[in-house]
Write a protein that binds this ligand. Structure first.
Ligand code: MLT
Ligand code: MN
Ligand code: ZN
Length: 279
């Protein structure tokens, strides 16, 4: 299985277009940009699945040679898009896929029902919405299977408040031929026993690296809400749990522009745009 990191930043990216903070200014100077969170996964090198579709998707696809179209004029190796939230930073890129002959989307019923882009896209392409039923493995092309676990209930700001449901999921993608598996959990409000069991035995995991510590939003941006209240366990909060899984390669993605690890040294592996994992 191959996993390509398409983007490693939280909503807005780094630098964010209207942000003059220290981290964004430094990224603007150095040119070390991070696009918004998402990966592409393949089992056989031919059939690829996107995990999330960020607003930066078009440029992410153009810079990943393996995702080029062909040999037919409208052939594409992209077989579908798996969505882990209904947030704008994970879904607005779907609009950029409207030229597809057909668009297969995989998400929980909650996310599929909420996404305003799906009814819009139906006017442009043949949208096939597949419900990811929590805990039930679903077979994908190229020998992959995917399983979802609900990790959070944060409702996107555009959706009606307090609507309970399977809003935020982690995915475990397995290559049935090699037995290798990859866990994607870039929005993880807490490390629960359920998540610990979901992750156990994976070969690699891309985790929530939005914030470095609990006090980062307060110190860097004067915010009163904590990372956990924003649906993001900080990296420091995940560290003790990592030690229980010595066989897993952990990477952190979805970095916010306040996170000092986005542009400086970090005590963990921070995912980079364009990075590829071979599992
Ligand atoms: C999040 O990751 O918490 C959301 O994407 C925040 C947002 O952009 O509204
Ligand atoms: Mn986000
Ligand atoms: Zn900034």
């Amino acid at each position: 299985m191959r996993v390509r990191v398409l983007g490693s930043a939280a909503g807005g990216g780094i630098p964010q277009w209207n942000c003059a903070c220290t981290g964004c200014a430094a990224a603007r100077r150095s040119g070390a940009h991070r696009t918004q969170d998402g990966v592409a996964v393949t089992g056989d090198g031919t059939a690829w699945y996107l995990v999330n579709a960020s607003p930066d998707l078009r440029l992410q696809l153009l810079s990943a040679g393996d995702l080029d179209p062909g040999p037919g004029r409208r052939d594409t190796p992209i077989r579908g898009v798996l969505l882990t939230t209904a947030e704008i930073d994970h879904t607005a890129g779907l609009l950029g896929l409207r030229e597809a002959a057909r668009l297969d989307l995989y998400a929980t019923g909650t996310v599929l029902a909420a996404l305003p882009f799906i009814p819009m896209l139906r006017h442009y392409t043949d949208v096939r919405a597949h419900e990811l039923r929590v805990g039930e493995p679903l077979a994908l092309d190229g020998g992959l299977t995917v399983r979802a676990s609900v990790v959070g209930s944060k409702v996107p700001r555009y959706a009606p408040r307090d609507e309970p449901g399977a809003w935020v999921t982690a995915l475990r993608i397995a290559d049935e031929r090699t037995g290798r598996s990859f866990v994607y959990a870039t929005c993880l409000p807490a490390w629960t026993d359920t998540f610990d069991a979901f992750l156990a035995g994976a070969d690699a995991a891309l985790l929530d690296g939005t914030f470095s510590t609990d006090d980062e939003p307060a110190l860097a941006a004067g915010l009163t809400r904590t990372p956990r209240e924003m649906g993001h366990l900080p990296i420091a909060g995940a560290l003790p749990a990592l030690r229980r899984h010595p066989g897993v390669r952990f990477l952190f993605g979805h970095l916010n522009n306040t996170n000092p690890y986005a542009g400086g040294p970090a005590p963990v592996e921070v995912a980079r745009d364009g990075q590829e994992l071979l599992l």
